[in-house]
Design a protein around this ligand. Structure first.
Ligand code: NAD
Length: 266
């Protein structure tokens, strides 16, 4: 069996539901040990863990808020204690706190920036330090380490009523590129996946409602809402040696949402 990520260890932040859960399971199916970070939903994290084990790989769950430096430190310490080395970080944890701009409090702003942007910074920096200390082991992977940010189409499409979220994702895109430029000589690959509309708890209120679903589909030329599997398989490939020459790139997985569908001639 040709497992793309055999002998590698991955941390997935926010792995208790949705896209993070899907990615954790797919990484496990590709042979990686998986560290599933969760914030509140321990039950969800346990389900992810069981699914990874069912795929034949090892998994641990670690509670922690990615926006808190001491929690991030602990997530990486637990990883080292259990698996020794680390090869892949998937910065997936993210929240929305939607409000019209004129009503958005400083707290609404900071909460989203803290989790979606600062949390990603804290985890990426710690992972890069671990990768550098370990160095390259060619028999495991051609790269010294791989970091994937789960961004959003809203790192490029403005989103009214969600200036905190769109700003965090836009910032994430430039953070990814700047880190990629800085770490490429160390053979650390840094990329983003920018999903369009994927069926998860974050947007359940929209896709569960007939009218909401119709509105979502209007923005998707390919004519379907995405599944977590659409993102998960790309994350496996992007963290594997098959993508060894890819760094500093945003991979939009969006059924064409970024193609300005309102300009489509019918
Ligand atoms: P989700 O709500 O199912 O997942 C978010 C995860 O992040 C949850 O597991 C949650 O517990 C975790 N989390 C939240 N705050 C945290 C914190 N402080 N520390 C650690 N974990 C925390 O939604 P999802 O759609 O799976 O979202 C995952 C990522 O994908 C997010 O970054 C989101 O912005 C991004 N995204 C989702 C979509 C979509 O359509 N679903 C589109 C574009 C981008």
């Amino acid at each position: 069996q040709n497992l793309l990520l055999r002998n590698q260890t991955a941390i997935v932040t926010g792995g208790s539901s949705g896209i993070g859960q899907g990615i954790a399971i797919a990484l496990g199916a590709a042979g990686a040990n998986v560290v599933i970070n969760f914030h509140g939903d321990e039950e969800g994290a346990k389900k992810t863990q069981q699914a990874v084990v069912d795929k034949g790989s090892k998994a641990i769950i670690v509670k922690g808020d990615v926006g808190k430096e001491e929690d991030v430190k602990m997530i990486f310490e637990e990883t080292k204690k259990t698996f020794g080395e680390l090869h892949i970080l998937v910065n997936n944890a993210g929240i929305q706190e939607d409000k019209p701009f004129l009503e958005m409090s400083l707290e609404d702003w900071q909460k989203v920036i803290q989790t979606n942007l600062t949390g990603a910074f804290l985890c990426a920096q710690r992972a890069a330090k671990v990768f550098q200390e370990q160095g390259i082991k060619e028999e495991v992977s051609k790269a010294c380490g791989k970091i994937i940010f789960i961004s959003s189409v809203h790192d490029t499409i403005p989103w009214s009523g969600r200036v905190n979220y769109a700003t965090a994702k836009g910032g994430l895109k430039m953070m990814m590129k700047s880190i990629a430029q800085e770490l490429a000589p160390k053979k650390i690959r840094v990329n983003s996946i920018s999903p369009g509309a994927i069926k998860t708890p974050i947007n359940e209120h929209e896709w569960k409602d007939e009218e909401g679903k119709k509105n979502m589909l209007k923005k998707i030329p390919y004519g379907r809402i995405g599944d977590t599997e659409d993102i998960a398989q790309a994350a496996v490939w992007l963290s594997s040696d098959q993508a060894d020459y890819i760094t500093g790139t945003s991979l939009y997985i969006d059924g064409g949402m970024t193609l300005y569908p309102s300009f489509q001639e019918k």
